[in-house]
Design a protein around this ligand. Structure first.
Ligand SMILES: Cc1cc2nc3c(=O)[nH]c(=O)nc-3n(C[C@H](O)[C@H](O)[C@H](O)COP(=O)(O)O)c2cc1C
Ligand SMILES: CCCCCCC(=O)C(=O)O
Length: 370
């Protein structure tokens, strides 16, 4: 029954059962340009789409009769307890989806007691985010700017505000080619700003722009020596986001960082790279527990979370589903998205015989015989 009296559409009164319900709602209610920006993958979107398909290729080996009357989804990241192993990946421009933007996201993650990685390209400032959810557990996602002082200033700001780690994104020397964004000439509308650099970016707008913000501000010459530079200006743990190979995982460990996020940026950068879940095992095998390994890309169900943990991720992060939640009902929508994933994860754990996250391991995965 369509209780909203709409022809085949999804509206705010309908029960949201799974994350794709939120996707459908967001697609119907956001402007085309905003939807296209959030949904975008690079070029032919092969990697974006494979991020989801790859989970469907993985089969589980459930164990039975293990008394799963109580299941505990808690875990730790960087020594801090969170209620379940799903956090929010950094995504830009939350005010496009909901008027309160990142403030709503921060409140939702505080309420659910999980980790929120705030994007450099937030449309609320880090000060507004912390004021809105003072007890939230947060990491800050950093890009390295040609003008290192810009990066340095934001690092010192987030450190003073109580952010607990820096997530250095390393897969954007240049922005990937997202065809619909080009067709739509997508740009941040004038009433929204990259608030963390309010005033600073405005002075630079004489030159070319990308998404309505000055182009060429990110430094494509960034290299491993910049990890040492970052370590020299902060005491926060550093987590590198965007690693997809064992070689780079080994270099990350050798450079003394505290974590890795296996990620292909939601398939928005290099098209033709591996699905992040397919890249996970070689990285976990190389790292051998020396630092924590996380993953993002294509997580849409609780069993996706279970598979990623079974293959060695300590925690996973969701990108697009969080903005779909925002588009649905702001803070409440993001809470619902997280709660659904938590419930599905708990159920998948129990149905595969795991009572807590420590019991999730590679024996749960069925490796096909070649
Ligand atoms: C709309 C959008 C904006 C993004 N903005 C950022 C960003 O500002 N910084 C960053 O490191 N990654 C960014 N990402 C990549 C996400 O952090 C993450 O890697 C990806 O979304 C995970 O895939 P999923 O959307 O399938 O969960 C963005 C992704 C999307 C979809
Ligand atoms: C000028 C670079 C804008 C990047 C915007 C955020 C991002 O990473 C994305 O994938 O979109």
């Amino acid at each position: 029954m369509n209780i909203c009296n709409r022809e085949g559409g999804r509206c705010a009164e309908m029960a949201m059962v799974c994350l794709t319900d939120f996707e459908e709602y967001a697609k119907e209610h956001l402007s085309k340009a905003t939807w296209d920006y959030y949904a975008a993958g690079a070029d032919e979107c092969c990697t974006r789409d494979d991020n989801l398909l790859a989970y469907k290729r993985i089969r589980l080996r459930p164990r039975i009769l293990r008394d799963v009357s109580v299941s505990d989804t808690r875990t730790t990241v960087q020594g801090t307890e969170i209620s379940f192993p799903v956090g929010i990946a950094p995504t830009a421009f939350h005010c496009l989806a909901w008027h309160e933007g990142e403030v709503a996201t921060a409140r939702a993650t505080e309420a659910l007691n999980t980790c929120y990685i705030t994007s450099t390209y937030s449309t609320c400032s880090v000060e507004e985010i912390v004021a809105a959810a003072p007890n939230g557990y947060r990491w800050f996602q950093l890009y390295v700017y040609r003008d290192r002082k810009l990066s340095e200033q934001i690092v010192h700001r987030v450190e003073a505000l109580g952010y607990k780690a820096l997530v250095l994104t390393v897969d954007v020397p240049y922005t990937g080619k997202r065809r619909n964004d080009i067709r739509n000439q997508f740009k941040l509308p004038p009433h929204l700003k990259v608030k963390n650099f309010d005033g600073v970016f405005q002075q630079e707008t004489a030159g070319p722009e990308e998404y309505g913000i000055p182009a060429n501000t990110l430094d494509p010459s960034i290299s491993w020596k910049d990890v040492y530079w970052l370590q020299s200006i902060t005491r926060l743990p550093i987590i590198i986001k965007g690693i997809l190979t064992k070689e780079d995982a080994e270099l990350a460990v050798e450079h003394g960082v505290q974590g890795i996020i296996v990620s292909n940026h939601g398939g928005r950068q290099l098209d033709g790279g591996p699905a992040s879940i397919d890249a996970l095992s070689e990285i976990v095998d190389t790292v051998q527990g020396r630092i924590e390994v996380y993953l993002d890309g294509g997580i849409r169900t609780g069993s996706d979370v279970l598979k990623a943990l079974a293959l060695g991720a300590k925690c996973v992060f969701i990108g697009r589903p969080a903005v779909w939640g925002l588009a649905y009902k702001g803070e409440e929508g993001v809470r619902e998205v997280l709660q659904i994933l938590n419930d599905e994860f708990r159920l998948s754990m129990a149905l595969s015989g795991c009572r807590n996250v420590a019991e999730i391991n590679r024996n749960l995965i069925q490796f096909s015989k070649l």
